[in-house]
Design a protein around this ligand. Structure first.
Ligand code: ATP
Ligand code: MG
Length: 160
């Protein structure tokens, strides 16, 4: 069982270090039911990829909003930024290995194009899926959906 709340706070702490003097603003909101049945290191790698991407593709001073919410269908983690955005024509291919949108726009940002392929596979391993919403110049939102069956009631240590 993974505690989403603790994990997201850790990742955002590291992401602030990555942002450094760029001074991105971080807004984090985690709902009350924040335990998920799943592989902790896989989930950490998926969520870090999304949150580090948000820093990488958002100019200095932009903001990054991370929200975990549950509803009757399950739970979802939204990672939203006010960054450069993505031309919607690229969206269907973004989770392919080595695919990078319009590389000319990324002269200064290194990367291999594997991050979102990892995210997709981690979500598949957890019966979930990735939703991507973006427009050029209007920021991006990546939403990780998990089914209700993945929500856990308590950490194993505290189970009676
Ligand atoms: P890597 O993650 O392997 O270091 P990468 O960041 O280029 O390299 P992905 O994380 O798979 O690779 O992302 C694929 C492409 O999707 C990126 O090259 C970029 O074009 C686009 N992208 C991903 N996240 C964002 C975002 N938050 N805003 C704008 N574009 C993004
Ligand atoms: Mg990346």
């Amino acid at each position: 069982v993974t505690d989403i709340r603790a994990m997201i706070h850790q990742i955002c702490y590291d992401a602030k270090a990555l942002s450094g003097e760029q001074g991105h603003e971080f807004n984090v909101s985690i709902g009350d039911r924040h335990l998920l049945t799943g592989d902790e290191s896989q989930l950490r790698s998926a969520f870090s990829n999304l949150i580090f991407n948000a820093v990488k593709y958002t100019p200095a001073g932009g903001s990054i909003t991370v929200i975990w919410e549950t509803d009757r269908d399950g739970g979802h983690l939204s990672v939203k930024d006010t960054g450069i955005g993505i031309d919607p024509v690229h969206i269907p291919r973004l989770t392919e290995r080595f695919y990078r949108a319009d590389p000319s726009r990324h002269k200064e940002t290194g990367g291999t194009g594997l991050g979102l392929a990892i995210v997709k596979h981690v979500l598949l391993n957890h019966d979930g899926n990735l939703e991507i919403r973006s427009q050029i110049g209007d920021g991006s939102e990546f939403i990780c959906h998990f089914p209700r069956e993945r929500l856990a009631e308590r950490l194993p240590e505290t189970a009676s």
